[in-house]
Design a protein around this ligand. Structure first.
Ligand SMILES: [Zn+2]
Ligand SMILES: [Zn+2]
Length: 136
């Protein structure tokens, strides 16, 4: 009776799985896949998080694990991770050390830094969230 809901879930879930699998097995091709999906991300220019009103394919809420600073990630990201017991808010898997963690603004409003609007997710999961948003 809920088969239509289930099959939609399966399609999304499958896409997600495949996407993650590709990212693991073939970083190069998944990178170029991402480049196609999210062309020109000028984040390397920005030291940290770019929030204020800039529209970007990632909607500006990327937080990188910092390689140069002693801090591993931003306060808000670490708080979100703590709330989620270090699991990804999207796929529910554990965040591994050294993995990039993105902070997703659930309602898309980047001025809203309330705890419940912030979701720490894997980089690939974040890509997935925004890809499926754009498709729908
Ligand atoms: Zn995830
Ligand atoms: Zn986001």
């Amino acid at each position: 009776m809920d088969s239509s809901r289930n099959s939609l879930y399966h399609i999304q879930h499958r896409t997600h799985k495949v996407f993650n699998k590709e990212a693991k097995n073939d970083r190069y091709s998944s990178k170029s896949l991402l480049d196609k999906a999210f062309p020109t991300i000028p984040y390397s220019e920005n030291k940290f998080v770019c929030i204020k009103g800039e529209k970007s394919p990632f909607d500006g809420d990327i937080t990188y694990w910092s390689e140069r600073n002693s801090k591993l990630y931003s306060d808000e990201t670490s708080k979100a991770l703590k709330r989620q017991s270090h699991t990804c808010g999207h796929c529910g898997l554990k965040m591994l050390p050294g993995e990039k963690v993105h902070l997703h603004h659930v309602n898309g409003n980047h001025q809203n830094w309330k705890a419940k609007n912030l979701l720490a997710v894997h980089e690939s999961c974040h890509n997935y969230i925004h890809m499926s948003k754009e498709k729908s």
